[in-house]
Design a protein around this ligand. Structure first.
Ligand code: PLP
Length: 417
């Protein structure tokens, strides 16, 4: 059977993310509602048997309003995908049930058994575990972990003809290393290697695809959702990669089925118009906190790309989109686990500054001791090599309450340490 992969016809947008997003949202609902409709059908009918046959041959598809089954394509999820593609400036995007399913599907699409990945050694814990344990054991896909800042090391680790993916986070979790996306893309492309970037920490702030990356993945569960209530993800990239990921015979999204529920896609779509405002708020607050913290205690080890002394401060400035700051996450190093825990206990239970929790991108501040939580699956040598000290407290900065109120809650807890 001659089956064509269905091209969903999402056009690339070149504008800055906020403008591109506004343009992409202009789609009315079925009855001229100002919001898009929810297509809560898992299966779709055809005008006649010939149309059905042509749909299965891939001759007609979403461009002409024809769908088959929602694990393959659903109009509401496509609509959300259009918005995410506009935000990232990629040709297309598709949304998944989680960030991890987006990430694992991309690896399974771009690597075959016996394949090789070069990845940053500072990664989200789940991704690190996927590359360290799952992919080598189940698929014979191996990974060389590198210091993503060391371009020479990255270059040497990529084996022409064997390595198919260079993977890193735009701003790394939890160590906030900023990757030089244009340079890394150049050296990867010179060896025919695809660049995949996890942009979960920096939606709107950075547009990795415009800086040279091939594929951008997101955990929508974080900033894009913004309410810490949803697990979801997205794969953004060129149509020839993303559409193939839904190929009925070979695509990991189709065959492993990490499908998003269209009702959820609708809900997420309603949060995208204020993502830009929220990101600016997160960034502004984070910058204000770290500035005040440095004043409060000049000896406190504060990690934030907005600080001039951060090694990639100017790099991030040069890559980021206009009017955004340096991200909504900063870390302080309390040196020991005991002190880290004591501070978090006080901040949550005594002064009500924030909550202990592993996620990020929430409107309240979330705090975590990365070494024992999100990165607990790494052994102590791996943690040391990734720069995750036992007393590192990660703050995902919220924006509710006044700064003065929140700052007094922080200083009270800190003074009792
Ligand atoms: C949370 C997170 C993921 C995983 O996303 P889920 O939606 O939880 O599956 C991947 N990468 C980064 C950087 C994350 O913070």
């Amino acid at each position: 059977m001659d089956r064509k992969t269905v091209n969903v016809g999402i056009e690339s947008k070149k504008e800055v993310p906020a403008e591109a997003l506004a343009a992409a949202r202009h789609k009315l609902g079925e009855h001229n509602g100002i919001n898009m409709s929810i297509e809560a059908s898992n299966t779709f009918t055809f005008k006649d048997s010939d149309a059905m046959n042509r749909a299965f041959l891939g001759e007609v598809g979403p461009k002409t309003g024809i769908y088959i089954y929602s694990r393959h394509l659903n109009p509401t999820i496509l609509n959300l995908g259009r918005q995410i593609a506009a935000m990232e400036g990629t040709e297309t995007a598709y949304c998944t049930a989680s960030g991890m399913s987006a990430i694992s599907s991309v690896f399974l699409q771009l690597c075959n058994t016996g394949g090789h990945v070069v990845a940053a050694k500072t990664l989200y814990g789940g991704t690190h575990a996927l590359l360290t344990h799952f992919l080598p054991q189940k698929c014979n896909i191996t990974t060389t972990f590198v210091d993503i800042v060391d371009l020479e090391e990255v270059d040497k680790a990529m084996i022409e003809g064997k390595t198919s993916v260079l993977y890193f986070e735009s701003i790394s979790n939890p160590t906030l290393i900023v990757a030089n996306i244009p340079e890394l893309s150049k050296i990867a492309h010179a060896k025919g290697v695809k660049v995949v970037v996890d942009n979960t920490f920096a939606p709107m702030i950075l547009s990795p695809a415009k800086l040279g990356a091939d594929v951008v993945v997101h955990s929508i569960s974080k900033y894009i959702s913004g309410e810490a209530d949803i697990i979801a993800g997205a794969v953004c990239g060129p149509a020839d990669i993303v559409d193939q990921m839904r190929d009925p015979h070979e695509g990991p999204l189709m065959l492993l089925g990490p499908t998003m529920n269209p009702k959820l896609a609708f809900e997420i779509s309603g949060r995208i118009p204020h993502l830009s405002m929220r990101m600016k708020k997160h960034c502004k607050r984070a910058m204000k906190y770290v500035t005040k913290m440095k004043e409060l205690d000049p000896n406190l080890d504060v990690l934030y790309p907005g600080l001039k002394e951060h090694p990639q401060h100017s790099l991030l400035k040069s890559m980021s989109n206009k009017d955004y700051g340096f991200g909504g996450v900063f870390c302080i190093d309390m040196k020991t686990e005991g002190r880290a825990y004591r501070l978090m206990d006080k901040l949550q239970n005594s002064t009500k500054f924030g909550f202990m929790g592993v996620s990020l991108g929430y409107y309240e501040t979330l705090m975590t001791c990365s070494s024992r939580s999100t990165n607990s699956m790494m052994d102590s040598k791996e943690k040391e090599s990734a720069g995750i000290s036992p007393g590192l407290v990660r703050f995902s900065v919220g924006y509710v309450g006044t700064f003065e109120q929140k700052w007094s809650q922080f200083t009270k807890a800190y003074s009792e340490m």
